[in-house]
Design a protein around this ligand. Structure first.
Ligand SMILES: [Zn+2]
Ligand SMILES: [Zn+2]
Ligand SMILES: [Zn+2]
Length: 147
């Protein structure tokens, strides 16, 4: 991703365009998979020089709160970050073997919203859903990508 594309994403969400935010977005954009804060840090440090890990955490959290990037959760309880070019509401299928992330077209939670409305008259305002599994390539034994 070009820096200009990263800047456009930030402007669309009315976030201030700063060199650090831009580098972090562009760093995540070059990945097919997700990165930990430490991995982001080791990459952006090469270009930004003096940036501390706590600052990287803070910016990643800001971007996640603004829904620019998605948090990915693995069974090791660590948090990872993923940048998806699809800005529409959707969920992700995460391969536990090669860590590839695929977009899902179906949300499938309408029935849950209806149940909540019927059960208690409540209303769903948002939801977080991550589907874990093994991708097709890994199922066939040739992911071609080291995890
Ligand atoms: Zn896989
Ligand atoms: Zn996506
Ligand atoms: Zn959904």
């Amino acid at each position: 991703m070009e820096l200009e594309q990263g800047a456009a994403i930030l402007r669309r969400l009315k976030l201030k365009v700063t060199p650090r935010r831009l580098e972090i977005i562009c760093c995540l954009a070059t990945e097919y998979s997700f990165l930990s804060a430490e991995e982001v840090w080791s990459r952006v440090r090469l270009r930004l020089g003096s940036i501390g890990l706590p600052t990287v955490y803070r910016i990643l959290d800001e971007l996640a709160e603004a829904a620019v990037i998605t948090r990915i959760f693995l069974s090791n309880r660590k948090q990872y970050y993923f940048l998806c070019s699809n800005q529409d509401h959707h969920h992700h299928f995460v391969c536990e073997s090669c860590h590839r992330v695929e977009d899902l077209e179906q949300c499938g939670l309408d029935a849950v919203s209806r149940e909540i409305a019927q059960r208690s008259g409540g209303r769903v305002t948002s939801h977080i859903l991550q589907i874990n599994g093994v991708c097709g390539a890994c199922c066939q034994g040739h992911s071609g990508v080291a995890a």
